[in-house]
Write a protein that binds this ligand. Structure first.
Ligand SMILES: O=C(O)c1cccc(C(=O)CC[C@H]2O[C@@H](n3cnc4c(=O)[nH]cnc43)[C@H](O)[C@@H]2O)c1
Length: 232
């Protein structure tokens, strides 16, 4: 198996098995045995489950186990499909996060929404590692760069789309794991963090039949072929 960019050991965290299979397909392997972590594979791909809590828990577990085995990860990437904000990214297109933002981690009050940052309780944002981001932008010139939101509930009405766009006017996409993966990765300063998303649907009123999942999974697969030097 080839390396991810120039990194010694990469942990790629997807939400579901179909995304994991697409990433592994890009790496040129049909599947990965459950002992990939123990055998020192240069790229380990794990499906953590949906949402930021599962993402943080599983990422933390894998980072700790790799360190205990003496083969720590030096890069951690949250990867999968996402909803894209219309006019910023096409369905089937690719997004590279400049930062991963917990879009609903805060409080509502008479003056509107306040993030945990506004409240003085910590941070709702994690920047992508600058060196990793540069490499991703160079390897994937067609990708749209910008903040990617992490939500616990998929935006599904015109009203909630309007609200989230007002709170995060620069966001290019929303998904459900990036901030969780980043929160765990931040505990390991030696590991660079990034988030890569292919777009399966437009953020807005729920229309599951319009989600182009096979197209987004194909983009994800091509992306990881490029990032491991296997081309298209
Ligand atoms: O049904 C399938 O075949 C299938 C294959 C791959 C992935 C899925 C998912 O449902 C993945 C859920 C995952 O996708 C992210 N996501 C995608 N669109 C959005 C969105 O509009 N808002 C928020 N999250 C989105 C998210 O990270 C989920 O964990 C199904």
């Amino acid at each position: 198996m080839r390396r991810f960019l120039g990194y010694e050991r990469a942990l790629i965290v997807t939400a579901v098995e179909a995304e994991r299979a697409a990433v592994l397909g890009g790496l040129g392997v049909d599947g990965q045995a459950p002992d990939a972590l123990e055998t020192g594979a240069p790229v380990v791909v794990v499906a953590c489950g949906v949402g930021p809590a599962a993402a943080a828990a599983v990422t933390s577990q894998f980072l700790t186990m790799a360190m205990q085995q003496g083969a720590p990860f030096d890069v951690v990437v949250s990867a999968g499909i996402a909803g894209g904000f219309a006019g910023r990214v096409e369905i089937g297109g690719l997004v590279v996060a400049t930062e991963s933002i917990a879009a609903d981690l805060g409080a509502e009050g008479p003056d509107g929404y306040q993030s945990v940052d506004d409240l003085g309780f910590g941070t709702s944002r994690h920047d992508a590692d600058p060196a990793l981001l540069r490499q991703l932008r160079q390897a994937l010139p067609e990708a749209v760069g910008g903040p990617v939101l992490t939500v616990s509930t998929v935006t599904g009405t015109a009203h909630s789309k309007e609200l989230i766009e007002k709170r995060h006017p620069d966001a290019v996409a929303e998904a459900m794991e990036g901030f969780g993966v980043a929160t765990a990765a931040r505990l390991w300063p030696a590991a660079a963090f990034g988030e890569i998303r292919s777009v399966s649907n437009a953020v807005g009123p729920r229309d599951r039949a319009a989600w182009r999942i096979p197209q987004a999974l194909a983009t994800l697969r091509e992306t990881f072929a490029i990032l491991t030097g296997r081309g298209l």
